[in-house]
Ligand binder design. Sequence first.
Ligand code: AMP
Ligand code: GLY
Length: 439
Amino acid sequence: MNILVLGSGAREHVITWKLAQNKSAQLYNFGPTSNPGIAELVKEVELGDVTDVAAVVDWAKQKKIDVVWVGPEAPLAVGIVDALEGMGVSCIGPTQKLAELESSKSFTRNLVEKYNINASPIFRTFTSDIEIEDFIKSLDGNVVIKPDGLTGGKGVKVMGDHFQTADEALQYCKDLFAAGDMKVLVEEKLIGQEFSLMSFTDGKHIVHMPVVQDHKRAYVNDEGPNTGGMGSYTDADHSLPFLNNNDVKQAEQINEAVLEALEQEFEQAYIGILYGGFIAVHDGVRLIEYNVRFGDPEVMNLLSLLETDLIRITDAMVNGTLNTLKVEFSRRASVCKYLVPDGYPVDPIKDQPIDVSVVDTNKVNLFFGSVDQKDGELIEKGSRTVAVVGIADTLREAEQKVETEIKKITGPLFHREDIGTNELIQKRIESMNELRHEQ
Ligand code: AMP
Ligand code: GLY
C-alpha cells in the first residue's frame, strides 16, 4: 500500500512515525517544508502548498498513492478529499461538505440544534448587527463573539479576556461585519475546563480515543496570549483528573450523535478523525467546537499511546470495517510539551540554530514542528518547534521525563514548565470542584 501524508508539522511527523511502524506500506509526504523527522521515514518528500488541490492530486497519481492521510484542516476545507476520491484515491479526512463542521461554526451549531443534540451553549447567528445588542444584553454581556469561518481560533473574542463590556462586544460584531464577515455567532460564555475527545470513524462506526487536555496560553499559569497549543496530557485511566465518568460518556455520546446526524443529513460517510472540543461545566459537558483532523499537540499523546497498528486502522476506516478491529491505547499517562521560539506567538525569533542531539530518544519521543535544515544544522522557523512526549505510569513521572530531556535542547526557545505538573492539575481539580459545589 502507498500512503501519502499531507502536511509538514509535528502532527504529520507523529502520524508518519506511527504508520512507519508497520513496514508493509510505502510512505510519501507532501507539504510546505521538508520536516527532517518525516524525511527519514518516507520514500519521497514533495514540497508544495497543501491547498493546491491540482498539485496534490497530480503527485498522488504519479506516485500511485492508495490512501492520503490529510493532516491539517485547510486542504479539507478546500475539498482535497472530493478531488482525490474522484480520482479513486481513498482519504483519511472528510469531504468539503462535512469539513464544514470545522470551517463553519454556524454549520455545526445548526446541525447540533436540528438533531436535538443537547450540547450547545445559548447562541444565535447574525447576518447583520440588527438585534445583536438586545441579544448580548439578554446574556448580561457574558458572551463570546465568533466570526463564522476558519480563523484558527484567532477571530474568537471572549468577555473578560478580549473585551470587558457589552458595548465593546457589540463594537467587535460591527467591526467584523464592516470587515466583510457575512455571519457572526454570539454565544453564552461558558465557565469550566476545556478538554478534547477525538474519535476514529469510518462514517458508521466510531472508536473513541482517551480524552486529552491542551494548554492554549503561551506562559505558565495560563497567562499570556493564545497559541496553537503549548502542550497536552492524558491520564492512565483514559479520563482526566478534573472529569467524572459521566463527563467522558457525555462527550462520547455527543461525538456519536454528531456522526449520525452528519450521515442522515448529508448521506456521506465521514471518514477520519472527529475531534470534539468540549468544556466541562458545573452540570456536565458542552460543545465548544468541532475540528475535522487530529489536534496538535494532542495527537502526539494519542499516537504515542496507541498500541494498535495505524495501518490496520487506516485500512478499516477506508473500508468501513472499524467495528471489526480492536483499537487499544496503553493504560499509561502521557505528557507532551512544545518548545517554541523566544517571543512566540507575537514576535518570534526566527532562523536560529537549535540542537536536539543530546536528547535520549529511548526515554521520550521527539517530534519536529516548524524546523528546517541548513548546512547540516537544525534551524527553528518561528513557530512551535519541537515537541517532547513522555509516557509513564503516572502523570508526575511522565512530566519529569519530559522536563529532564527537554532541558537538554539548546537554542533560543522556551516551554511551559507547568504543563502536567501536580500543582497545575490540582488547580484544575479545585476550580471544577468549586463550580460543581456553587450550584
Ligand atoms: P473556537 O475557535 O470556537 O475553538 O474558540 C476558541 C476558544 O474560545 C476556545 O478554545 C475557548 O477557549 C473559547 N470559547 C469558544 N466558545 C466559547 C464559549 N461558548 N464559552 C467560553 N469559551 C469559549
Ligand atoms: N490543539 C488545538 C488544535 O489542534 O486545534
